[in-house]
Ligand binder design. Structure first.
Ligand code: WTA
Length: 638
């Protein structure tokens, strides 16, 4: 079993060791897993290529570590608790024994469809145990899974399938999120019109909704399962064989397929899960993220299962059937560790204390927060009303690219400070740098957050585009991984993440690239050009404000705004709909044609008293016109 730090003193010792002798530190942790063959070297790396190898030469299969290894002691212990969208439907409890069987069968299904080691498989499923089973089945046979969040549109799904040349798609007939029905198979059908590489589509019958099944291509999972046998010997993988691809947004260009490999990700996800949350045997762990995002990968599926934990998967939304749903789930399943996003907390805060009243939340020991900076008010509300003042909040900072949590308190161990991610985990060497790339030393400082030494969970590449991987993360500052986040280090050496310093916007914990939204808006038939910026939003954290130039005079602006919003929802997904749109005659550009987003951001924030230096603009009068237009924006637009 993975070692667990017990005291703050021990944390400091382990941290020292991890910096002074990283190979001894991580090698020692890796000893706690099942290997088919031990590694030759713990770490080989250089950040300029970049080329990073952990446990090179080792052989293993991550699913043996998630499943086979637990059979002796945990066959009848629950692995996954599934809480359905509809509170009246029965919850499912899947034991380690059942999960093992299901994954082996599913692995055989994939093999029967000619999926081989190294092939890419796209998973487009609701929050149901089958999503975890599909991921594990891929990993078992050595196929690379690419999970696409089920809120993405057909076009986004197709783009991701094509980028990774997936040969098989796994989806379901339909799903419910709150009262909303989403016809997943229909969306998948639309996507598959433009994905020539997909040979087969496996469909899980979740809601018995009517679907079109294309002969030869579309196959029911239950029929395939009935034809395979129940044992499968795990494929032997190299440490650095790819495990999964997960798409995420950057400042520019199309989404990036972040690539994670097998052994390093396994060691890091298991270690961080056990230590950050201080997971104890039999605790019920509930993470409300979706498996379509990295939090779901690492802290619903891999981290918990590697530790033999009980992981709760919730299909629905926090406000259905009422805003007490999260608290009902905690009461019903006696959740001990609850991990959610600040946006969810802020949205529930608006309903006051009525939905919490009378709920027995006494099982809770640890609360977690992830995805965006948590504001102090939300922190206090969560701490007092949900944690009854005695559950620490682990404010966990990390990214799709980091594989697991990098900066966070260890629950019950690290002294807390509201709204601070506090201290780096063992193995993590954060540095703050100024605009010129100089390291900022000392405390009471602020800068761009970089990490100067590799950890096992770091991404290895962007699928099919290693050069983009290098330029995005390793070229801004020499020999450092650049996170894209701004950060403060206070007098005590505690870290507080201040948010993105690039053009990535964090809306309700979803990472959205301004470029992607602009491209979608520009596809609208009357739009010539657009610029999207963020403004602060009470619940979502940040919201999208789009400035658009049209090719004609628009009389019914409201109608066009709605069309544009719907178009973005169609191209990317509903979560990327701009909140506000303003039609403008021109955008503030420098003489070299660059849009000055800084000015647009100020206008979007409503902070027009000090727009800074606008003398470098090609036409400073543009700014006055936009400010006047912003003041007249219809409130309904927001
Ligand atoms: C932001 C999500 C402040 C940050 C795991 C990061 C946070 C981006 C926190 C990654 C936190 C995540 N405090 N900001 N505790 N956690 N972020 O890839 O800007 O979806 O760069 O990974 O979310 O988002 P991603």
């Amino acid at each position: 079993m993975v070692p667990q730090i017990k005291t703050f003193e021990e944390y400091k010792e382990q941290y020292e060791l991890s910096v002074n002798d990283p190979e001894a530190f991580w090698g020692n942790i890796a000893e706690n897993f099942e290997w088919k063959k031990k590694w030759n070297s713990v770490l080989e790396w250089n950040f300029s290529a970049p080329d990073i190898k952990w446990f090179n030469g080792g052989k293993l299969n991550i699913t043996e570590n998630c499943l086979d290894r637990h059979q002796a002691a945990r066959k009848n212990q629950t692995a996954i608790i599934w809480e359905p969208n509809d509170a009246n439907d029965a919850a499912r409890h899947i034991t380690y024994g059942e999960l093992f069987l299901y994954v082996q069968q599913f692995a055989n299904v994939l093999l029967a469809q000619d999926v081989k080691k190294g092939d890419r498989v796209c998973i487009y499923l609701p929050m149901i145990p089958e999503a975890a089973v599909a991921m594990l089945a891929c990993a078992r046979i050595g196929a690379i899974h690419s999970v696409v969040f089920a809120g993405f549109s057909a076009q986004s799904l197709a783009d991701r399938i094509n980028d990774a040349s997936c040969k098989l798609l796994i989806t379901a007939d339909s799903m419910m999120r709150g009262e909303k029905k989403i016809d997943l198979k229909k969306i998948a059908d639309d996507a598959m019109l433009t994905t020539p590489g997909i040979n087969k589509c496996i469909v899980f019958n979740h809601k018995s909704s009517p679907v079109q099944m294309k002969p030869e291509r579309d196959l029911w999972l239950h029929e395939l399962l009935s034809k395979v046998n129940s044992t499968h010997t795990a494929e032997v993988m190299e440490s650095e064989d790819p495990l999964f691809i997960l798409y995420t947004s950057g400042s520019t260009g199309k989404p990036k397929g972040v690539l994670h490999t097998t052994a390093g990700y396994m060691v890091y996800s298991a270690y961080t899960f056990k230590n950050v949350f201080q997971y104890k045997d039999q605790d019920v762990f509930c993470c409300t993220a979706d498996v379509g995002w990295v939090t779901g990968h690492t802290y619903i599926v891999y981290g918990p299962l590697l530790n033999g934990a009980v992981t709760l998967m919730f299909e629905g939304i926090p406000t259905y059937p009422d805003p007490g749903r999260f608290w009902n789930i905690i009461e019903k399943h006696k959740v001990n560790i609850f991990y959610t996003a600040p946006t969810a907390i802020r949205s529930l805060q608006l309903y006051g204390l009525q939905p919490v009243k009378g709920k027995d939340l006494s099982s809770l020991k640890v609360l977690g927060s992830v995805g965006e900076p948590i504001n102090e008010e939300a922190w206090q509300w969560y701490h007092k009303n949900i944690g009854n003042g005695n559950c620490p909040i682990v404010d966990t900072w990390w990214q799709t690219e980091t594989g697991g949590i990098l900066i966070s308190p260890l629950a019950h161990i690290t002294p807390l400070k509201p709204a601070f991610a506090t201290l780096p985990l063992p193995g993590i060497q954060p540095v703050l740098v100024d605009q010129k790339g100089n390291e900022i030393t000392g405390n009471g400082v602020e800068g761009n957050l970089c990490i100067k030494f590799p950890w096992p969970g770091i991404a290895r590449s962007l699928y099919g585009n290693h050069e983009r991987f290098r330029t995005t993360y390793f070229s801004t500052y020499q020999n450092k991984y650049f996170t894209g986040d701004g950060c403060k280090r206070d007098e005590d050496g505690y870290y507080r993440i201040t948010g993105r310093v690039d053009d990535v916007i964090n809306v309700s914990g979803h990472r959205i690239g301004t470029g992607e939204v602009e491209d979608a808006i520009d596809e609208h038939n009357c739009v010539i050009e657009s610029a999207v910026v963020a403004y602060p939003h009470e619940v979502k954290g940040q919201a999208l404000y789009a400035f658009v130039i049209c090719d004609r005079d628009i009389h019914n602006k409201e109608a066009v705004y709605l069309q544009i919003k719907n178009h973005v929802a169609k191209v990317i997904g509903p979560f990327a709909r701009p909140d506000k749109i303003q039609i403008v005659k021109a955008l503030p550009k420098t003489r070299s044609g660059k849009i000055m987003r800084r000015i647009l951001r100020k206008i979007a924030e409503g902070d027009i008293t000090n727009l800074g230096d606008i003398s470098t603009l090609l036409d400073p009068a543009v700014v006055d016109a936009i400010v006047a237009g912003a003041a007249g924006l219809n409130e309904k637009n927001s």
